[in-house]
Design a protein around this ligand. Structure first.
Ligand SMILES: [Zn+2]
Length: 435
């Protein structure tokens, strides 16, 4: 095959055949308002998700010796473009008049070294795929439709996540060792630290481009803030489940999610004007509902109460709903501890442990409470790192990042310190209340 590059009229020469795999992703509607390389021009979440994962897939192909691999973008206006090609913003859909023709696409493909025998994989919606297929058939190239069995956007997102997951790397595991696992409270930047983190739903729901987790993580539902701000839940359970599933598929390594709980500490009881029993009933109802809606998600039970006796009543409320907390496979969240005197919070943990509850997760447990009952807890989360990090204003001495407040090693060391403190807890274990 020969081709005539623009600007060299009448001169034909063979374009070298690209010797590897070509992946094609579609352009996106949302764009920057200025000229930029194609890889940066499109800012929509689906485009960013596709680019991140397919680039990762191409890198794995190269690492594993399947030859070079590249990602091209199929632009409705410009046709096949390389990631570095600078484009002006434009507004055109593939199905609109003036979109790139199959003839133009075929000529571009030849210029890009695509010809008979080339491996071309498309991550493209129907209309894009049809145009590319029409073009490449004239070159006897048959496009592989990666989305063949996908029914919609959600399926496509999942396929992309799976494609971009490095299956050679072992799945990260929650570190073993003395002391409770410390899930460091973090926002979306924490996913790069490579340590266990807890992220609140409130921090994630508006994120455009979801990151990929390098370590296990857990999701808090923002129950405390939700009830404090609104006096009720304003987040639809179906929306919460849909988002949790998206996080599980796209971010990966999601260990468990909190229910839409109703903390029964004094301040929130006052806020809603409801009884402790009502807060507990609604918390239990959320666990039952979310588990029924999404058995694929690990929705943990969360116990809450006004005081020690209230927490024990919460165990009964779960039992009445058919959930035996003493036989839970998942961790059990102990909520509403924040804001209590350390001795009171510690007494609650001690009594729950004595009541036969295991694998307890202490929400927001820190400091003195850790000293008192840290080794009765399987895990804690702490927002303390973000406060601590804000005080670390200097450059990163480890040479890992520019600023120490973003340093993964600093976060790691801080979590390890907390864990060691909890491991040293000197607990006077209460006598078991129940056989
Ligand atoms: Zn550092």
């Amino acid at each position: 095959m020969t081709t005539t590059p623009a600007g060299v009229p009448g001169v034909d020469y063979p374009a070298p055949l690209y010797p590897g795999i070509t992946y094609v992703i579609p352009c996106g509607g949302a764009k920057l308002d200025r000229a930029a390389p194609a890889a940066e021009l499109y800012i929509g979440s689906m485009f960013r998700h596709a680019l991140v994962n397919v680039e990762r897939l191409a890198a794995m192909d190269e690492d594993e010796g399947r030859g070079p691999a590249r990602v091209l973008i199929l632009s409705a206006l410009h046709g096949l473009v390389e990631l570095g090609t600078v484009l002006e913003p434009y507004d055109l859909r593939i199905d609109a008049p003036g979109s790139v023709t199959a003839e133009t696409l075929a000529a571009q493909a030849l210029d890009l070294g695509i010809d008979w025998g080339s491996a071309v994989y498309a991550f493209l919606p129907r209309a894009y795929l049809a145009r590319l297929d029409e073009a490449l058939r004239t070159l006897d190239v048959y496009v592989q439709d990666v989305y063949e069995a996908c029914r919609g956007n959600g399926d496509q997102r999942r396929v992309l996540s799976i494609a971009g997951t490095d299956h050679r790397a072992p799945a990260p595991v929650v570190p073993a060792g003395p002391g409770p696992v410390v899930w460091i409270g973090a926002d979306v930047n924490g996913f790069t630290w490579g340590v266990p983190i807890l992220v609140s739903y409130g921090r994630l729901r508006d994120v455009q481009t979801l990151p990929v987790a390098r370590a296990p993580w857990v999701l808090d539902s923002r129950g405390f803030n939700e009830i404090r701000e609104h006096g009720e839940w304003t987040i639809d359970p179906a929306a919460y489940v849909a988002d949790c599933r998206r996080y599980a598929a796209e971010i990966g390594h999601l260990q468990w999610v909190a229910p839409q709980d109703w903390p029964a500490g004094a301040a929130l009881l006052e806020r809603t004007g409801l009884t402790e029993a009502e807060h507990q009933a609604r918390t239990v109802a959320s666990v039952v509902q979310l588990r029924a809606m999404a058995p694929d998600l690990n929705v943990i039970a969360v116990v809450t109460g006004k005081d020690v006796a209230g927490y024990l009543r919460c165990i009964d409320a779960y039992a009445d709903a058919g959930i035996d907390l003493r036989a839970e496979r998942l961790p059990i969240g102990v909520g509403a501890l924040v804001g209590r005197a350390p001795a009171d919070a510690a007494a609650i943990v001690q009594v729950l442990h004595a009541a036969g509850l295991r694998n307890l997760h202490g929400f927001g447990v820190k400091g003195r409470v850790l000293d008192l009952v840290g080794d009765l807890l399987a895990s804690v989360d702490s927002a303390g790192w973000s406060d601590e990090a804000r005080r670390r204003t200097g450059a990163c001495p480890h040479g890992l990042v520019a600023w120490e407040r973003n340093c993964p090693r600093a976060a790691q060391e801080w979590g390890a310190g907390l864990r060691a403190r909890a491991a040293g807890a000197d607990v006077q274990e209460a006598l078991p209340l129940f056989g």
